[in-house]
Every structure is written in structure tokens, then in C-alpha cells.
Ligand binder design. Structure first.
Ligand code: KG4
Ligand code: ZN
Length: 338
């Protein structure tokens, strides 16, 4: 079964073709970073307009690279939320139009619930026997969400913890902005932090009470702001690196600890991390050390499938269609607003 995935929830126009729910035949992502970078954050109206321009060429390229036409596509998976309404509308309208014109079934997919499923994608060269198994606990760390989700199967998942305020990615982006590092800032902080001293500034870790699986990252953002104010001058390049490293370490400490608590509480020993922040090199390293010590099996997709992509959407839709479900029922989740 060949599924065409379409994802336009935020500022990337993405399309992918996935075979049998796992083999990525093609994955195309058209980024809008250059457009929104000028404004220090995403401008929803500009995002929608760019999606309109890019959706047809991106889908066309995904089909070309996969060596198929729409006539060879058995189903379409499209992100229906959460995300920017105007952006979502472009992908969804396109998928509906194509599905209607070509009589291809289409499935609405919850983007956040799809992120961890990227751990099941393969390029064909990996050993299929070493993929994750259910039940698994997923840490989803994207620009707008930070959640711990327990998956019993592809179509059975439950949120066991989410953020009370800012998401981890949001904190990375806002702190990067405070440090004058541009948008989106996560990857820049990651790079600068490698040259900084993570112990330079003792930013408070917000664990809430022991065992609590919720997150809170708004405090650390304010702490960085206060630290910069106290300096009463522009930070030097070395100070910026130290602040970046100290901030990143504080966020990673919390994420890793919560994953560990989450695994203990749910009794699950397979862990997946996904979403854009899972590209973070320090988070990947620390999760891997923790998993090694605790005896957990850890799966983190390669960076291209941690950040927004349509292959995870196609994979999710494949399992919905295969199980005879329809549309949104699979990913309906009261904790995630669409
Ligand atoms: O999942 P994603 O690509 O899009 C959303 O669904 O939001 O996540 C984007 C987020 C942004 O906040 C970006 O700064 C962050 O992922 N990010 C990173 C890194 N690469 C991307 N954060 C920390 N370290 C990185 N290397
Ligand atoms: Zn995402």
C-alpha cells in the first residue's frame, strides 16, 4: 500500500510517499525559515500564502522522487491539527481535492501523535527487526508541544503528561531571540552550547513535585531574561555561549528526568523521542546515557524525521486505513486542541 502524506501545520510544506507504513519512498520538505526569520517568528498569514504556492510543486516532487503518479497512490494522510488554522487549511483542502478527484481515501492525522511514529520509518537499509515495539513511551518535543504519550499500538495512545505553559521548543526559540540569535533558534543554541560552559549559570530546573509528569518552561525563559538584565550590558560572545549551554542543560535535565519518571510510572521500557527539539544533540546524548543506565530501549529518529515531515503523517494514515478506521478517530485526543 502506497500512502501520500501531506503536512502543512506550521511553516514547512511537506509531502512524502511511504510504502507499507514504513519504507520512505520520498520525503520533501520546503522550509519557510527565510521568510519568517525576518520577523523573528512565524507570521501566520505569510505561512499560509507560501503553502499555497508550494503545495502542488512539493507534492509533485514527492511523487516524482517515489517514481509514482497519483494513480498509484492507495491513500492520502493529511495533518488536520494541531497547528495554524490557515496553514492546515491549505494541506487539508489540497488532500481533499486530490482525494475527491482521484477517488483516493484520505485520513486526517493528528500531527503531534504522529511525531513519535517516525521511529518506525525506514529507508530500507536498516534491519527491520530492530525497530521499536509497543508499549512505548514517547517524548514529543516540538515548537508548540511538550508531551509524554503512552502508545499501546499505532492507533492507541494516551497523553500522560504535557506542558502547563511554554513548550521546550518555544523556550529554545524565545531564549534564542533574547540572545539575538535569530529564528528558529533551537539549532543555533545547540551549536553554540557545544562551546559554552553548562555550569556557568545555575538556571533553576522546574521538576514540579517528584513523579509529576507535567512540564513548565516559562520560568526558565524569564530567568534568562533576568540574567541578561542583571548584566546591564550586551553579553560577550563567550557569555552567550555559556548562557546557551546553561539554559540547554537545564531544559535537557528536566526532559530526561521526566522521561525516566514516565517510564517508571507506566512500567514501559521502550522510549521514543521525537519532534524538532529531539534533533538537539545534548538531549539525544543524555537520553541515550539515561537509557543505557536504566536498561531502556531508546529510539530517536534521524533529525530529518524528528522535525516536521509528511512521512510520519503517511505512516499514521496507513495504520488507520489498514485497521479499517476512518479519519480522525485514531488520533482524537481531548488534551490536544485541533
Ligand atoms: O516539530 P517541529 O519541527 O515543528 C513543530 O511541530 O513545532 O519543532 C520545531 C522546534 C522549534 O522550536 C526549533 O527551535 C526546535 O524544534 N529545534 C531544536 C533543534 N532543532 C529544532 N531545538 C533544540 N535543538 C535543536 N537542534
Ligand atoms: Zn511538529
Amino acid at each position: 500500500m502506497l500512502i501520500l502524506g501531506i503536512e502543512t501545520s506550521c511553516d514547512d510544506t511537506s509531502a512524502a510517499v511511504v510504502e507499507e507504513g514504513t519504507l520512505v519512498r520520498s520525503s520533501v520538505v520546503s522550509s519557510q525559515d527565510e521568510i519568517h526569520g525576518l520577523y523573528g517568528g512565524i507570521v501566520p498569514e505569510l505561512a499560509s500564502r507560501r503553502h499555497i504556492e508550494m503545495i502542488a510543486p512539493v507534492v509533485g516532487e514527492a511523487l516524482d522522487r517515489a517514481g509514482v503518479t497519483l494513480d498509484g497512490i492507495d491513500g492520502i494522510g493529511v495533518t488536520v491539527g494541531p497547528g495554524l488554522v490557515g496553514s492546515l487549511l491549505i494541506g487539508l483542502s489540497f488532500a481533499k481535492a486530490v482525494g475527491y478527484a482521484k477517488a483516493i481515501p484520505f485520513v486526517g492525522v493528528n500531527h503531534i501523535m504522529a511525531h513519535p511514529l517516525a521511529a518506525f520509518l525506514t529507508s530500507g537499509s536498516e534491519d527491520p527487526l530492530v525497530g521499536p515495539e509497543f508499549p512505548l513511551l514517547a517524548l514529543v518535543v516540538s515548537g508548540g508541544h511538550t508531551s509524554l504519550i503512552l502508545y499501546e499500538g499505532f492507533n492507541t495512545a494516551r497523553v500522560v503528561g504535557c506542558t502547563r505553559d511554554d513548550a521546550a521548543g518555544e523556550a529554545f526559540d524565545k531564549v534564542a531571540k533574547l540572545l539575538g540569535l535569530g529564528y528558529p533558534g533551537g539549532a543555533v543554541i545547540d551549536r553554540l552550547a557545544r562551546e559554552g560552559d553548562a555550569k556557568a549559570v545555575p538556571f533553576k530546573r522546574t521538576y514540579l513535585e517528584r513523579g509529576n509528569l507535567e512540564f513548565s518552561f516559562s520560568g526558565i525563559k524569564t530567568a534568562v531574561l533576568q540574567h541578561l538584565k542583571k548584566l546591564e550590558r550586551k553579553p560577550t560572545e563567550d557569555e552567550i555561549k555559556d548562557i546557551a549551554a546553561s539554559f540547554q542543560e537545564a531544559v535537557v535535565d528536566v526532559l530526561v528526568r521526566k522521561v525516566q519518571w514516565g517510564a517508571e510510572e507506566t512500567g514501559v521500557n521502550t522510549i521514543v523521542a521525537a519532534g524538532g527539539v529531539a534533533c538537539n544533540s545534548r538531549l539525544r546524548e543524555r537520553l541515550s546515557v539515561m537509557a543505557g543506565v536504566e536498561g531502556f530501549k531508546l529510539f530517536i529518529p534521524p533529525p530529518a524525521f524528528c522535525s516536521d515531515n509528511a512521512a510520519m503523517v503517511a505512516l499514521s494514515a496507513f495504520h488507520t486505513l489498514r485497521e479499517g478506521n476512518e479519519g480522525l478517530s485514531l488520533n482524537a485526543n481531548p488534551n490536544l486542541e485541533i
